[in-house]
Design a protein around this ligand. Sequence first.
Ligand SMILES: CCCCCCCC/C=C\CCCCC/C=C/C(=O)SCCNC(=O)CCNC(=O)[C@H](O)C(C)(C)COP(=O)(O)OP(=O)(O)OC[C@H]1O[C@@H](n2cnc3c(N)ncnc32)[C@H](O)[C@@H]1OP(=O)(O)O
Ligand SMILES: Cc1cc2nc3c(=O)[nH]c(=O)nc-3n(C[C@H](O)[C@H](O)[C@H](O)COP(=O)(O)OP(=O)(O)OC[C@H]3O[C@@H](n4cnc5c(N)ncnc54)[C@H](O)[C@@H]3O)c2cc1C
Length: 710
Amino acid sequence: MWRGGSNTRTCKRRFFSSPTRSRHHRPPYICRLHSRGSQHLKAMAEVDHLAAERATARFDVEEMKVAWAGSRHAVHVADRMARLVASDPVFRKDNRTMLSRKELFKDTLRKAAHAWKRIVELRLTEEEADLLRQYVDQPGYVDLHWGMFVPAIKGQGTEEQQHKWLPLAYKFQIIGCYAQTELGHGSNVQGLETTATFDPKTDEFVIHSPTLTSSKWWPGGLGKASTHAVVYARLITEGKDYGIHGFIVQLRSLEDHSPLPGVTLGDIGGKFGSGAYNSMDNGVLRFDHVRIPRDQMLMRLSQVTREGKYVHSNVPKQLLYGTMVYVRQSIVADASKALSRAVCIAVRYSAVRKQFGSQDGGPETQVLNYKTQQSRLFPLLASAYAFRFVGDWLNWLYTDVTQKLEAKDFSTLQEAHACTAGLKAVTTSVTADAIEECRKLCGGHGYLNSSGLPELFAVYVPACTYEGDNVVLLLQVARILMKTVSQLASGKQPVGTMAYMGKVQYLMQCKSAVSSAEDWLNPDAIQEAFEARALRMAVNCAQNISQAASQEEAAGFYERSPDLLEAAVAHIQLIIVTKFIEKVHQEIPGHGVKEQLQALCNVYALYILHKHLGDFLATGCITPRQGALANEQLGKLYAQVRPNAVALVDAFNYTDHYLGSVLGRYDGDVYPALYEEAWKDPLNETVVPEGYHEYLRPLIKQQQLKLSRL
Ligand SMILES: CCCCCCCC/C=C\CCCCC/C=C/C(=O)SCCNC(=O)CCNC(=O)[C@H](O)C(C)(C)COP(=O)(O)OP(=O)(O)OC[C@H]1O[C@@H](n2cnc3c(N)ncnc32)[C@H](O)[C@@H]1OP(=O)(O)O
Ligand SMILES: Cc1cc2nc3c(=O)[nH]c(=O)nc-3n(C[C@H](O)[C@H](O)[C@H](O)COP(=O)(O)OP(=O)(O)OC[C@H]3O[C@@H](n4cnc5c(N)ncnc54)[C@H](O)[C@@H]3O)c2cc1C
């Protein structure tokens, strides 16, 4: 009966109804846990398996938390919001990868509603509310509502339009998304096909999807949740196509959520990974001559008059792309969060995990002590810090440019575009690859969902594509680099992050003075090598393009685009290194904090130099010997980081809830957690699996029968 009986009875039921028997069948460790109950678990949680690691840190972790978060206030608020989320059972997420798509989506709606309830009840500030949503850590329609719909209205709506729509959005009386991408075009925004044709008879726009490929496809929150969208469509008036513009369109009834007449919409289907981005209802949308009032065209940049006349304000057309610029800078800030989570898991687990080295019965070696582990992991740790600081700087730049735009100063628009596009591309590509590397650094256990790494990767990796495919964005940077190089001859001095190109005479011929490994600790030596490499790569590309004299410039650019991509990456890496060096030059309080950041800055720079040694050598910035010295210094830096590694990830100040990883637990008590987690899998709900009677038993019996006949 027990073995062959109903396989739908759960283990839980059996354990409680027949303790003796269940103990017999239940894995021994679980029995021990349950018999001792929560007291035992509590006692276990008090053991800090990483205490010895924490004791070797040579800096003040609390002060490093401040350096990471940006201020004492930021640490305090983040801490409060993280704990608020972690202690609320509604925000539980450990079961997420086991939910069906429908359950996961409903769970997301529930969490979003509960988060909003808490935000209102506790009267949280905008800063606190943003953090709370971040710690809920589940992609959902609210990301697009707050992250793109509201900013699009703020950036492209007139005062009057903002006055009308923003209060509705702020109180969730409407839910909005950002509907730009179509089935046929995403990267090429000018190629979008949806039309918005002005009808002067009724003072309305007619929104229409003329082809299958014009169907809106991908917008997050569109599939099931949104009532409204900012829709990007070709504006046609007086028979003329004026290109892409934004329109506020209602999609669903505010009474029963059904699609409005002429609107067809739904979810586009399951996406990569279990759990992960499947909590988001990315959607498809088609319009069949849907009419909206004229005043629902976002009219800050250009207008259509009552008579149907098109009027463009005296501002650059690219301001239409402002929402994307805003989100790209947020994505850079987000990269350091995702990367630091993965690194935190891999560092803590590497300190716990031991393999080999105990021939004489002594302790085995912590895998974190292997030089190969360090050389793979510490550059990622350094990158997390580097991205954090360049993200802060980019946020400053964005705010500065926005203020200038308000004052009708458009001089820094190109700089904002190049920096947001390039940094978004480099930081997301590195982070996605780094999460996967962290999974490998955790060996087999990293492949388990309970490590948190597979889901983190699956959620993160589309960042390389959304908000602009990374290659497309880097080519934008390359174009600006080529423009800047071409202007050098005319004596125009480049500004902002391109200013170094003004030192062209020097940087094209300088030779690095490094003669010992320690010389690479000099920030000037690093800065010079990175500047010379970036400039020489850009100039080489420009020369190659112009030498293809038979070709048009655009054709030359197309031909050389793989090299241009590398030149753009070199330029962006220079920005990251420069901003890290500038950060370390600042006053940084706290015992040993500045020294640790200095070491990480050097790790980041020398790792990039080592990884891209080909570029540095090919452009003649450094000699092979100097390259070898950089690698030698890198090894010394890894040894310096090693005793501080666990404390450096503690400084991220992540709760176990937010990390969502049995391998990255703060207390390092990994094995009982892994063991316990396994038994939560739905497959373990029954001892005998479903399907046994249909498939396994007949197979075994058949074989037994055959054998018995022999
Ligand atoms: C939503 C969450 C918000 C915050 C949370 C942060 C945390 C994030 C975590 C999770 C959130 C996940 C949410 C994901 C949501 C995803 C949304 C989307 O994907 S929305 C769709 C995004 N689509 C794109 O990015 C499309 C990319 N394509 C383009 O941007 C353009 O087509 C282009 C590639 C730039 C080309 O444009 P175009 O053909 O018009 O022009 P060009 O000829 O190339 O250039 C003409 C000149 O314009 C300049 N330019 C181009 N872009 C800009 C810009 N943005 N700003 C300023 N200037 C720009 C360009 O340099 C040319 O200049 P000149 O040479 O003429 O001087
Ligand atoms: C998870 C997710 C969420 C999204 N959310 C939204 C949303 O909320 N709203 C919205 O409007 N959109 C959204 N998008 C769409 C997203 O913005 C686009 O997918 C993205 O801009 C890339 O465009 P594409 O899909 O057309 O790629 P494609 O351009 O078709 O890219 C395909 C390949 O072609 C290459 N390529 C394209 N053009 C060039 C070129 N000029 N030179 C060299 N190579 C090129 C690319 O590098 C890539 O390798 C989302 C996408 C994802 C994956």
